[in-house]
Design a binder for this molecule. Structure first.
Ligand SMILES: [Zn+2]
Length: 264
């Protein structure tokens, strides 16, 4: 499932493939997951791609833009001929590459239109500060989460608190910071917030490094390997203390933690 690192890798790839290229054709293969007039992109040159949390924004000449949310399984890929299943949108450039949004489960969505209007959509405006930004330190993270009794994990998954963290990131970050993912936010000490902020950065940098490439394989896909430190590794030994990791869900989303390093 795309989380911040996977969306950031998609942004870098789209930037590399499309920046400076002119759009020659837009195929709205899956009309139900596409909003706006695909014709409005034709003839426009791509200026570049930005990202906020898990949402991508492409800027084009003429004040036109593309907003892209990858949903559960979406990925932008090079599509230079050959048959690809589950293509939802396809962009062809003048003499340049063709790219496609592939999305097996169809939770992704693409908007095309005036770029200022796209940036007023709730999908963009409701997002909190990006988790990859350099200024995210312990005090800022604590103030974003707020003094609530809510489990930490639930607050960190709220994209209006910090944008970009998904279930995998929260499991990994809490293990790195030695904080129980289901701890009430009010129980977390100032030093633990500092560790959590540092762990967010360390986790994101780690995944960006190991997953970088033209096409990401999500966990659950055939041939996927698990690059994560504790996620998906319940009952295996904790990499830090060798105690068996515990797996349990919160609101249907799997958590993994070490009962010794992350006491509740
Ligand atoms: Zn441990």
């Amino acid at each position: 499932m795309p989380e911040l690192p996977e969306v950031e890798i998609a942004r870098r790839n789209l930037q590399r493939w499309l920046a400076g290229a002119r759009i020659a054709a837009v195929e709205r293969v899956d009309q139900a997951r596409f909003e706006g007039d695909p014709q409005s992109l034709l003839g426009h040159v791509c200026f570049g791609w930005e990202r906020r949390g898990k949402v991508l924004l492409g800027r084009f000449s003429g004040g036109v833009g593309v907003l892209s949310h990858l949903g559960m399984t979406g990925k932008w890929v090079r599509d230079d001929g050959g048959r690809r299943a589950h293509v939802r949108v396809r962009l062809t450039t003048d003499g340049g590459p063709r790219v496609a949004l592939v999305d097996v489960r169809r939770f992704g969505r693409t908007w095309v239109g005036n770029v200022d209007a796209l940036q007023r959509l709730a999908q963009w405006t409701r997002l909190g500060p990006d988790a990859l930004m350099g200024a995210l330190d312990g005090p800022l993270l604590a103030s974003r989460v707020g003094p609530r009794k809510t489990p930490l994990k639930r607050r960190l998954l709220d994209q209006s608190v910090v944008a970009g963290l998904g279930n995998i990131a929260v499991v990994e970050v809490c293990w790195r910071a030695s904080v129980h993912p289901h701890a009430p936010c009010t129980d977390i000490a100032p030093a633990a917030w500092v560790r959590l902020a540092a762990a967010i950065r360390a986790h994101l940098d780690f995944v960006l490094e190991v997953e970088d490439g033209d096409e990401i394989t999500y966990l659950g896909e055939r041939a996927a390997s698990n690059p994560f430190v504790v996620y998906g590794r319940a009952r295996q030994p904790c990499p830090r203390c060798a105690e068996a990791l515990v797996g349990e869900s919160l609101s249907g989303r799997p958590s993994v933690w070490c009962p010794s390093c992350q006491p509740s």
